[in-house]
Design a protein around this ligand. Structure first.
Ligand SMILES: [Zn+2]
Ligand SMILES: [Zn+2]
Ligand SMILES: [Zn+2]
Length: 99
């Protein structure tokens, strides 16, 4: 399923750590093959550290419509399917999430 996991997760994928209006992207750990609201949630919920995901292996998912995105889809800053906008500050953490 296209579930997004996280601490205090809401229906759009916001979590305890990142819960602004546009914090709606789930990020995939390459080891779990599951989507998480953020790496902090992942590291709390799993027994290993977040493993960055290949840019072409659908590393991101839209929390609104659950569209899976390649890095090229995601980096435009909005969902290619439902056009919801994503938090532009996420680029600070791109090295954690994508490879
Ligand atoms: Zn993992
Ligand atoms: Zn989190
Ligand atoms: Zn969407």
């Amino acid at each position: 399923m296209n579930e997004i996991y996280g601490i205090e997760i809401d229906t759009d994928g916001r979590c305890y750590h990142y819960h602004q209006q546009n914090d709606i992207v789930g990020l995939k750990c390459q080891r779990c093959n599951e989507y998480f609201a953020c790496y902090k949630c992942h590291d709390n919920l799993r027994d290993h550290s977040f493993v960055s995901c290949d840019k072409n292996d659908y590393p991101a998912i839209c929390g609104k419509c659950r569209k899976k995105m390649t890095f090229d889809d995601y980096k435009n800053g909005y969902c290619p399917s439902c056009h919801a906008g994503f938090n532009p500050n996420c680029h600070l953490h791109w090295d954690i999430y994508f490879k």
